[in-house]
Design a protein around this ligand. Structure first.
Ligand code: TPP
Length: 274
């Protein structure tokens, strides 16, 4: 294993631990949805996005805003927010609101929570790049269930038609939404062919695999080679990293009780050893 990958795995475990701590302390929130986004968030914040000193230059939108404990947990590990905040999730007027809120936390680029809006905001950042003559990369993570929102496809139509290359559209394809699977709720069919038909180049990969994430995000940066906007579909596991939460909708937003908390931490520690 390369040194970089080792470091990556270590950060992912710490982030998963933070997520469980935060959600246990809050007594509510979305464990399964947060755990499936860990690898992509860690890669983006630790290996991909440009920072100038402690200030992020690139833009990031977590369109599936209910997974924000994962983002806060990454910000904690990146030392961009204070560790003392770990017990302040979902408390009235806390910087760590239950959904990302730029009015409460300056590290948030765009407030989300109402699903379907993030990709449209990404277009706004891309237009700002043109007006301000900047070259910020814009990363937007959407849920697969979220794709049922009509606004997503208006944004996709615009990005495809205008051939916008500075937005990286990332789908956390964990196959669940709420407590049910996406297929049983409203089958989205073939996502790759849908985005392709909207004018995107689509990459499908294992959303928990360091090398595959690295390769696809490096490719995103190679704008001279690319002719089309990029959509990365991450094949992920809802609840990834905590065995009893994996591949299930049950833990979409279930309260973590004391025994679940202890079991989760044990599981994360075991995964770290292997
Ligand atoms: C406009 C809107 N409708 C409904 C909700 C309630 N809601 C929160 S999470 C969720 C399911 C999201 O599923 P998915 O995008 O697949 O994300 P996952 O939790 O599986 O990662 C829904 C419907 C919402 N936040 N916004």
């Amino acid at each position: 294993m390369t040194k970089l990958k080792k470091e990556f795995n270590k950060i992912c475990s710490k982030v998963r631990r933070n997520i469980i701590e935060m959600l246990f302390s809050a007594g509510s929130g979305h464990p399964g949805s947060s755990l499936s986004t860990v690898e992509i968030l860690v890669y983006l914040y630790f290996f991909q996005m440009k920072f100038k000193r402690k200030k992020k230059y690139d833009k990031f939108i977590l369109s599936k805003g209910h997974a924000v404990p994962a983002l806060y947990s990454v910000l904690l590990e990146k030392k961009l927010i204070n560790r003392k905040l770990i017990n302040k999730l979902r408390i009235i007027d806390s910087p760590l609101q239950g959904h990302p809120d730029m009015n409460y936390l300056k590290e948030i680029d765009f407030g989300t929570g109402a699903l379907g809006q993030g990709l449209s905001a990404a277009i706004g950042f891309s237009i700002a790049n043109k007006i301000n003559k900047t070259s910020k990369n814009i990363y937007c993570i959407l849920g697969d269930g979220e794709l049922q929102e009509g606004q997503v496809w208006e944004a996709a139509m615009f990005i495809g038609s205008k051939k916008i290359l500075d937005i990286c559209t990332i789908i956390d394809n964990n196959k669940f939404q709420n407590e049910l699977s996406v297929i049983d709720t409203l089958n989205m069919g073939n996502l790759k062919s849908k985005f392709t038909s909207f004018g995107f180049e689509v990459l499908k990969l294992d959303g928990h695999n360091f090398n595959q994430i690295k390769k696809s995000l490096n490719y995103f940066l190679n704008k001279k080679k690319r002719k089309k906007p990029l959509c990365i579909i991450l094949n992920t596991i809802k609840g990834k990293g905590v065995k009893f939460m994996e591949h299930s909708g049950v833990w979409h937003s279930k309260k973590i009780e004391n025994n679940d908390y202890l079991k989760s931490l044990k599981d994360i520690a075991n995964n770290e050893k292997n």
